[in-house]
Design a protein around this ligand. Structure first.
Ligand code: NDP
Ligand code: A1CAB
Length: 268
């Protein structure tokens, strides 16, 4: 099975490197990119192939991954639809935020096998949380795409209706977590730490908290129980937690998710 990536930016690079690291034969990967040298460089790095055009790539691949920005997707679909339509053995995968299966199907002008995927930036370090949903793809095609995404982190199959909220919680939230760490680092700076140390300290605390939560979740533990484990009576954590809530922490995060869902509805 040959896998083609149209667009070799941050996401395509992460997925392709993850796939090769987890044992996918690089000879089965083919790349094309608007700036062709980028596709060639990635192909050289991995021992894969660069295609001379998006159309040439579509002729070679069983799975065609559209890894371009949402605004560039329609132009790519125009180039490849004459090749892909009418070949149900070819499955198209979209990474684009805000573009629904229906919108993509309309752009192709026919009901081709489609998988919509939403990874996140932590794919670069094999720690993505990735959602998948499909239309008309066979179980084998969905399984092949999921196998690929499993190589960059955790995956979940969800109904497409939940993509906007998933995207906020998993794909936008890394930027919000970076902002939170940056804010903690400023607090560290205020109290005499170097910014660099404060970033390391806050980021490791965040990573440790996430690892603990995911491990304990297996036993049914919920975040509130872990909060109770950290907060001593009359102690420092409860003082800080209440101050953060007074500053609107919970409502600010819910508003962030609402704003992201609203923005998503205007992307397609
Ligand atoms: N970044 C993220 O955190 C996430 C991104 N996504 C989605 O993933 C997709 C890719 O995002 P990302 O990797 O960050 O984007 P990048 O900007 O890093 O990469 C996009 C690539 O597409 C190439 N490109 C643009 N137009 C064409 C074209 N007509 N033909 C071939 N290649 C083209 C660009 O080429 P050039 O080198 O010439 O610029 C660039 O290399 C987007 O749809 C985004 O919504 C989803 C979840 C998270
Ligand atoms: O900001 C964006 O639109 C994309 C979608 C998810 C992460 N980045």
């Amino acid at each position: 099975m040959r896998i083609g990536f149209i667009g070799t930016g941050a996401m395509a690079q992460a997925i392709a490197r993850g796939a090769v690291a987890s044992g996918v034969d690089p000879a089965t990967l083919v790349f094309s990119n608007r700036t062709a040298t980028k596709a060639c460089d990635l192909a050289d790095e991995l021992g894969a192939t660069a295609a001379s055009s998006n159309a040439s790539l579509a002729r070679q691949a069983d799975i065609v991954i559209l890894a371009v920005k949402p605004k560039d997707q329609r132009a790519v679909i125009k180039e490849i639809s004459p090749i892909v339509v009418g070949h149900p053995d070819v499955c198209v995968v979209s990474l684009a935020a805000g573009r629904t299966l229906d919108q993509i199907t309309t752009d192709f002008g026919a009901g081709i096998p489609l998988v919509r995927v939403m990874p996140n930036v932590a794919a670069t370090v094999g720690q993505s949380m990735t959602a998948l949903t499909a239309a008309r793809a066979t179980d084998a095609q969905v399984a092949a795409v999921r196998f690929l995404m499993d190589s960059i982190g955790r995956t979940i199959l969800i109904d497409e209706d939940y993509f906007p909220v998933f995207q906020a919680l998993a794909s936008c939230s890394p930027a919000w977590y970076f902002q939170i760490v940056d804010s903690f680092a400023r607090a560290g700076l205020k109290h005499g730490l170097s910014k660099d140390s404060a970033v390391e300290i806050a980021a490791q605390a965040m990573a440790g908290a996430a690892a603990l939560l995911l491990a304990e979740r297996e036993n049914g533990t919920i975040p509130a129980q872990l909060i109770d484990r950290v907060t001593s009576p009359g102690g420092t954590t409860i003082a800080g937690l209440l101050a953060a809530e007074e500053g609107g922490l919970s409502t600010a995060l819910v508003s962030a998710v609402d704003a992201s869902i609203h923005a998503d509805s205007h992307l397609g």
